[in-house]
Design a binder for this molecule. Structure first.
Ligand code: CTP
Length: 398
């Protein structure tokens, strides 16, 4: 999804070796739909050319305050006004020092000084330069002036030293911008817990019982809630998915482990959304050694797992919003409404495995949102969109 459509991002690139990473950062932001303007310092042009950024952003890359053929009347003021966010990355010790003291002697520092929008800086330099008290003081001053500092990472630096000072990966930088600019922050300060994926119930050290859940729906909900400003905990069964950024992920394997995690987070949760496909039964005995095959057939004794959602419904605190999912292959609405009532839920998102495009593993879903008062049937849409509609409905009812 083009989550940054209509947003204007100014990237300030200064003269460090990590400047090359900004080509990918610019590309990712353009892909997210943002209007990206790049301003380079003179020194940055020695590491990467303006043409690279111009090709990726489809816009003129600005280097010098006094270029006369530029599209804006007073370029630094226009850009400063247009920007929804400025990210200075890599930010050298030199530019941090200038910004911390209000020095505006080139296009980048002038735009930053003139801008009222949110400003992020990602320092990248040699460890000794970073740890120098002067740089640390400048960083502290910038924080005081409202800059958000993206902490440099540790590792092997370009100078051959090992230590702190690396610019984070382009994905990390782009995600930071995304979190600030995407969506209204309608869930700011709200604590959302989401369960996702299947559970695995061990039979022996080699085998387990599970289901086809991919986790995509739950991960999409966690991501959407994060973009809306919520503090999100994602309790995930085994999946192949990358965790959404800025989400606290707790990985579990069995229904028992998922239950323990939900019990732990529930008192600090405002909205619990149970998208996980939890096993209803587990092997009554887990063999310590691999079960060896024999000539005769094998029957397995299974025992019930706890119904996590029903437990949450019985142990809810005031203000908690409880949303379940219901997967059926027949009598979708009737069965789902029974679950809504029996488990004491505020909402249940019902989906029929037999509807084309609504099954496990695919990127789309067709859900019907049932509440004690009524039902809202949503058409087939991407799981990302379905997550947004689900959260819209929850927000409208809280
Ligand atoms: N659920 C749960 N704990 C379980 C089983 C289910 O918390 N042990 C939750 C699921 O996360 C989901 C909801 O209950 O949000 C409904 O799950 P579903 O599998 O559709 O229904 P069940 O309650 O398991 O009933 P049935 O299998 O008979 O359809």
């Amino acid at each position: 999804m083009e989550d940054l459509r209509g947003k204007c991002v100014v990237l300030g690139v200064t003269g460090g070796i990590a400047a090359y990473k900004m080509a990918d950062t610019a590309r990712l932001l353009v892909k997210m739909g943002a209007e990206v303007h790049v301003i380079m310092t003179e020194n940055a042009t020695r590491f990467i050319t303006p043409l690279t950024f111009e090709t990726l952003t489809n816009r003129r890359c600005v280097v010098d305050t006094f270029a006369r053929d530029f599209q804006y009347d007073v370029a630094h003021i226009s850009l400063a006004k247009a920007a929804d966010l400025i990210l200075i990355a890599p930010a050298t010790a030199n530019v941090l020092a200038k910004l911390a003291h209000g020095i505006a002697d080139d296009m980048l520092t002038t735009v930053v000084l003139a801008a009222r929008c949110r400003k992020l800086a990602a320092p990248a330099m040699n460890t000794a330069m970073l740890e120098n008290p002067v740089t640390q003081d400048n960083l502290a001053a910038l924080k005081k002036y409202g800059f958000e500092i993206i902490e440099p990472e540790g590792g092997l630096l370009a100078c051959g030293d090992v230590g702190k000072g690396k610019l984070p990966a382009p994905e990390v930088l782009a995600d930071r911008v995304l979190r600030h600019l995407a969506r209204e922050k309608s869930l700011a300060g709200v604590r959302v817990a989401v369960t996702a994926g299947p559970t695995q119930e061990a039979l022996d050290p080699v085998r387990f019982l599970s289901n086809h859940s991919s986790g995509k729906m739950g991960y999409a909900i966690a991501r959407e809630a994060m973009l809306r400003g919520a503090e999100v905990t994602l309790i995930s069964g085994p999946t192949a998915l990358d965790a959404p950024p800025f989400v606290q992920v707790e990985r579990v394997q069995s229904a028992g482990e998922m239950f323990a995690a939900v019990r732990r987070v529930l008192p600090e949760t405002d909205i619990l959304i149970k998208a996980a496909a939890v096993a209803d039964y587990r092997p009554a005995e887990v063999a310590g050694d691999k079960l060896k095959k024999r000539d005769e057939d094998l029957s397995l004794a299974l025992e019930r797992t706890d119904d996590i959602l029903a437990w949450a419904g019985r142990n809810r605190h005031p203000g908690l919003f409880l949303c379940g999912f219901s997967m059926e292959t027949r009598d979708l609405l009737e069965n789902s409404r029974k679950k809504l009532e029996k488990k004491g839920l505020d909402m249940i998102a019902a989906n029929d495995l037999r509807t084309a495009g609504a099954g496990f593993g695919v990127d789309t879903n067709a859900i019907t949102l049932l509440t004690p008062e009524g039902a809202e049937e949503l058409p087939l849409m991407s799981k990302a969109e379905a997550a947004a509609r689900l959260l819209d409905a929850i927000e409208a009812r809280r």
